[in-house]
Design a protein around this ligand. Structure first.
Ligand code: NAD
Length: 250
């Protein structure tokens, strides 16, 4: 299947490390020009440099998705470098697991700001260019956690919100040749995840509930992203693709 992503411009927020870094590499391998964007400018630069060293076209932009001016600047720089953004992946996320009765309201606000407001800010900045070119892709990263885990009221609310955001935006954008979809990953083995003190406990719990008998890698989410970004997925919009190995609500 030809994904037809050659020379497309893909911008992935929060792609300095983890799943986002796997996504920019996957897009680059398909011949896309990539914008590695992250609030951590050092990680964004290192990820982009590794791609350029491997012969791919990539730039790094430091951007805080919660800050409208920072997002607008990112759009301007990306357009200056590559002529416009065709594919936006809203991947950046932040959360802290705390039971609601003990949660400082600032933690709730920050989770909402990065996940929901950040996706809104980036879509608002990138969509006019896509609308003008009559082609575009917005892929919003949700999570299987939208079904709810203890300690994750804010994260589950934000990731469930991403699904509603995706459905509504898909209805607004279809007539411009733009599809809007979400991906809900399950447990994914990132380096960050493996560095958690409770990693073994988390891994065992995830394995016990996993129908396919193995845990996902960042590339599993990246592959789903490539598909939704491609012309092969031109008739798919407003949906949520679960990349969970078959695990859903329990
Ligand atoms: N790893 C998993 O098991 C898993 C499961 C389900 C969903 N997800 C989702 O997948 C996406 C990537 O997850 P990950 O595991 O790679 O996470 P990660 O924490 O390793 O990466 C998130 C990136 O977002 C960046 N970021 C945070 N705040 C930002 C801001 N304000 N502006 C710009 N960038 C910001 C961070 O610097 C980091 O590089 C997230 O949306 C996450 O919620 C991950």
């Amino acid at each position: 299947m030809d994904l037809n992503l050659k020379d497309k411009v893909a911008l992935v927020t929060g792609s300095g490390r983890g799943i986002g870094a796997a996504m920019v590499r996957a897009f680059a391998r398909e011949g896309a020009r990539v914008v590695v964007s992250d609030i951590d400018g050092g990680n964004a630069s290192a990820t982009a440099r590794a791609l350029v060293d491997d012969g791919f076209e990539a730039i790094a932009l430091e951007c805080d998705v919660t800050d409208v001016a920072s997002v607008q600047h990112m759009e301007k720089m990306a357009t200056q470098a590559f002529g416009g953004v065709d594919i936006l992946v809203n991947n950046a996320a932040w959360t802290k697991d705390v039971y609601l009765t003990k949660m400082d309201p600032s933690l709730w606000d920050k989770t909402m700001d990065v996940i929901l407001k950040g996706s809104f800010n980036c879509a608002q900045a990138m969509l006019p260019g896509m609308m003008a070119r009559r082609w575009g892709r917005v892929i919003n990263i949700s999570s299987r956690s939208l079904f709810g885990n203890p300690g994750q009221t804010s994260y589950a609310a934000a990731k469930a919100g991403i699904v509603g955001f995706t459905r509504a935006l898909s209805q607004e954008q279809g007539k411009f040749g733009i599809t809007v979809n979400a991906i809900a990953p399950g447990f994914i083995m990132t380096e960050q995840m493996q560095s958690l003190p409770k990693f073994e406990q988390l891994r065992e719990a995830a394995m016990a509930r996993n129908p396919v008998g193995f845990l996902g890698e960042p590339e599993d989410v990246a592959n789903a992203t490539l598909f939704l970004a491609s012309d092969a997925a031109r008739y798919i919009s407003g949906t949520t693709l679960y990349v969970t190995g078959g695990r859903y609500s329990s």
